[in-house]
Design a protein around this ligand. Structure first.
Ligand code: PHE
Length: 458
């Protein structure tokens, strides 16, 4: 048995707090903003089915692997990977896995905080009654007007960056733990309320059919790859966020149970968001394939019409901002932890460096919607939002699945089964063997097959 390491950054106070923090990381814009529009762009049901299969057979085992690596290494992903590689007598090049994660974190944070900035701005719009009387057309026009103004979106992007930096600089324990405890359940309640509204639009059946009736004819090669990528994105996998959170996890907690809880809640939020949004989309003659604006265009119509819409609309965008906030801190935590460990920076200074760089990069996303957008084709699909789309495709469709693949290979093939069994605390149980088959064979083969498919190989 190896000696137990401890993290210099601290530890979650309980298993429950780890679940909350990891759920806070997983549940974010990916569930409420991205999932519905991706499902919409890819024709609904078939995309959702592929996405669910990816979550279960690829995402869940890889999440267990990623937590396991983090908890055993107890350092930033870069140092965790070199320590564990050394321990297993493997090449020190495994540290690259951590490096790629840090780069992916920068790229993701850069666009994430711009979109979270949209949500922040929409809090103010909801509060001032802007949504009252919105139709499909006027809501779309308002949205296009908002994102097309780089001065304004930069302001909100800056504010969100500062908010994220503030929490990370203080250390995760004092601020976030408390907030997540109240906010995540509140967000869920609000989504269910919206679901209630959607049921009464008269288009609920159509929305649900769109989301759950698979029509594989509508699923492009790009759609398949996006479903895989989104499974990683939505579970925060493949770039070290979950690994670094795992490094703060108490030693005794069960990794399997926590992973199931996180994946279940994450999936539930995405599906409820979809079921709330598509009936509103169809009832108002909107396009399900409208792209990144889908949520920002459809939900304000509902808030503008329902009694109490001012309050609920404000609350919704506040909670969406919080969901994004608890995710954003996990996106930059791997880089911050690394700078603290290896460059001897204080946590505050490390955070300032990381947030500053990601902020600057974020201006490219601001401009993608603010006049620099261009169109290109990717795996047979038309993309219209220029650099934002490129950042999104490179990270979500390539870096995260490849990072996840490497994590699966490391946990399944490089580490000894004695070590992984010890860390999972499940010894010779059936569950352990199922995990090991998934992480050694099913998940890696799945990722490779999806890649080959999207390259048009079959
Ligand atoms: N899971 C987050 C979401 O769905 C995004 C995220 C990606 C967070 C990668 C951390 C790492 O919004």
């Amino acid at each position: 048995m190896t000696e137990k390491r401890t993290s210099i950054h601290g530890q979650w106070s309980s298993r429950m707090v780890f679940i909350l923090a990891a759920t806070g990381s997983a549940v974010g814009l990916g569930n409420i903003w991205k999932f519905p529009y991706m499902a919409g762009e890819n024709g609904g049901g078939a995309f959702v089915l592929v996405y669910l299969v990816c979550i279960l057979l690829i995402g869940v085992p890889i999440m267990m692997a990623e937590i396991l690596l983090g908890r055993r290494g107890r350092q930033s992903p870069i140092n965790t990977m070199s320590a564990l590689a050394q321990e297993a007598g493997a090449s020190p090049r495994w540290a690259w896995l951590g490096w790629i994660g840090v780069v992916a974190g920068f790229l993701i944070m850069s666009f994430y905080s711009v979109i979270a900035g949209w949500a922040l701005a929409y809090v103010l719009k909801a509060m001032s009654g802007d949504f009252v009387g919105f139709t499909g057309d006027s809501s779309a026009a308002a949205f296009v007007g908002h994102i097309g103004n780089p001065g304004i979106t930069t302001f909100w992007h800056t504010l969100f960056s500062v908010m994220t930096g503030y929490v990370v600089a203080r250390g995760v324990k004092s601020g976030l733990e408390k907030a997540v405890r109240i906010l995540m359940p509140a967000l869920f309640v609000l989504l269910v309320l919206l679901l209630g509204y959607a049921i009464n639009t008269g288009y609920f059946d159509r929305g649900v059919a769109f989301l759950f009736d698979p029509d594989f004819g509508k699923l492009s090669r790009e759609g398949v790859l996006s479903a895989l990528g989104h499974a990683f994105f939505t579970l925060s996998l493949g770039m070290g966020a979950i690994m670094v959170y795992g490094s703060y996890m108490p030693g005794k907690a069960s990794i399997a149970t926590t992973t199931f809880t996180i994946a279940f809640m994450d999936t539930l939020v995405a599906l409820v968001a979809g079921m709330a949004i598509f009936p509103i989309v169809f009832a108002n003659g909107l396009e399900p394939g409208a792209g990144p604006g889908l949520v920002f265009i459809s939900l304000p119509i509902a808030f503008g019409q329902m009694p109490g819409g001012l309050l609920f609309g404000t609350l919704f965008f506040v909670l969406l901002t919080f969901a994004a906030w608890t995710s954003a801190i996990s996106i930059i935590e791997p880089a911050v932890a690394f700078l603290v460990e290896n460059r001897g920076l204080s946590r505050r200074r490390a955070t300032a460096v990381v947030v500053g760089l990601a902020w600057a990069l974020g201006l490219l996303t601001v401009m993608s919607f603010g006049g620099w957008g261009f169109t290109f084709e990717f795996a047979g699909a038309q993309k219209t939002d220029g650099i934002f789309d490129i950042l999104d495709i490179v990270t979500t469709n390539f870096m995260l699945p490849l990072g996840g693949l490497a994590i699966a290979l490391f946990a399944g093939w490089v580490m000894s089964s004695k070590d992984t069994a010890e860390e999972l605390g499940s010894g010779e149980t059936g569950l352990y063997h199922v995990w090991r088959v998934l992480v050694r064979f099913v998940a890696p083969a799945g990722v490779l097959l999806f890649f080959l498919h999207s390259l048009g190989t079959f």
